[in-house]
Design a protein around this ligand. Structure first.
Ligand SMILES: Cc1cc2nc3c(=O)[nH]c(=O)nc-3n(C[C@H](O)[C@H](O)[C@H](O)COP(=O)(O)O)c2cc1C
Length: 346
């Protein structure tokens, strides 16, 4: 693998508007819209929009993505049809339609990066990566492929299949993740060691990073940013800021999805979220049917307090809502101060 320094240089070369260390926001579907992504890009990171998991021709997610990408270009003041310094993320466990309906859309908008996550099997990104790489050669499109992996085997497969960047996701992460995984502290060196000198990829660390401990990092839970997506109720920001001791106040389980009837991910994934009302009800013996009924009733009444708040184990360190530019500056400053003593850096 290239050294840390040369990975940093390569990311800078691929995404010239970014500053060092490289920081990206996670492409959180339903949470990371064009406003968050453009704010991150403007602040010197790589902004990602959460794109879609439905790749059918009639997908409303893809129609929305099309208009989000137009808004992103306008927001960044890019008037020509050149590269858009924005990436888009996709959840891939139902990959059908990706090649026909997604790749042409991304190519039309000349996005800089595509982030693939949560395949049915660790290996089934092959055809998707192939389709993107094919289009990039044919139309001189300078797009890079990011693949999120939560196991050593998944990372090796992604490298083998032609990913340019592997996002190494540890189990401290907020949101969906590999049910059998490990924290970044163990996973990152393990991935690095197993890829050895064979693969020419860059690594990006994700999971539990809210400050300067990560050198090339992706930030998800630290999302109490001022331009947070439309769909997020204010109660989510409040709960994240108020939560302390992420080891105690978050839990990794499939049940967060069960309680709100969103249990659609393959069984190799679960998710980390705040311990909430539904979780506590179930712990005190309320049946799943009744928890789901209470959830549905609350949503009908316009009450968000039972909604799953996807958040990582590091929520305890999030005590304020910062603007994107302040947060990026803070993380970069902290990296400069702590680089000498970090362990898990790439
Ligand atoms: C609210 C939320 C939504 C997420 N949605 C997605 C998603 O749609 N696609 C994806 O690849 N990862 C998603 N993730 C996981 C992130 O990619 C990333 O691994 C994680 O946020 C990093 O850990 P952190 O939350 O501790 O920063 C989500 C995370 C959160 C917190």
């Amino acid at each position: 693998m290239p050294s840390t320094e040369s990975q940093q240089n390569r990311l800078k070369e691929w995404f010239p508007h970014t500053s060092k260390p490289f920081i990206a926001n996670a492409p959180m579907l339903g949470f990371a819209d064009y406003r968050l992504a453009t704010a991150v890009t403007k602040a010197g990171g790589l902004g990602f929009i959460g794109g879609a998991f439905d790749f059918s021709p009639s997908s409303t997610q893809l129609a929305k993505l099309d208009s989000e990408l137009i808004k992103a270009r306008t927001e960044l003041g890019i008037t020509d049809s050149g590269t858009l310094p924005i990436g888009v993320g996709f959840i891939t466990f139902t990959p059908s339609g990706f090649e026909e309906n997604v790749v042409p859309l991304l190519e039309k908008h000349r996005v800089s990066a595509v982030w693939l996550s949560f395949p049915k099997e660790d290996a089934d990104h092959g055809p998707l990566i192939h389709a993107i790489r094919d289009a990039r050669v044919k139309s001189e499109w300078s797009v890079k492929v990011f693949v999120q992996a939560g196991t050593v085997q998944g990372a090796a497969t992604a490298a083998e299949q032609g990913a340019d960047v592997i996002v190494v996701q540890g189990t401290d992460a907020g949101g969906h993740q590999w049910a059998r995984g490990a924290s970044l502290l163990s996973l990152l060196p393990d991935v690095r060691g197993s890829l050895g000198d064979v693969y020419d990829v860059a690594l990006l660390a994700a999971g539990g990073i809210v400050g300067g401990e990560g050198v090339c990092c992706c930030v998800g839970s630290r999302r109490g940013w001022d331009c947070y997506g439309d769909e997020a109720p204010a109660s989510i920001k409040d709960s994240i800021v108020k939560a302390q001791d992420g080891a105690f106040s978050t839990v990794k389980s499939v049940r967060h999805d069960v309680f709100q009837s969103t249990d659609v991910f393959p069984r190799q994934y679960d998710g980390r979220a705040l311990v909430g009302i539904s979780w506590n009800d179930a712990q005190s013996g309320v049946s799943d049917e009744e928890v789901i009924r209470r959830y549905d009733e609350a949503i009908k009444q316009g009450d968000d307090h039972r909604r799953t708040v996807w958040a990582g184990a590091s929520v305890g360190s999030i005590s304020s809502v910062l603007s994107v530019s302040d947060l990026m500056e803070q993380i970069q400053q902290e990296v400069k101060l702590t680089t000498a003593s970090i362990m898990g850096c790439i």
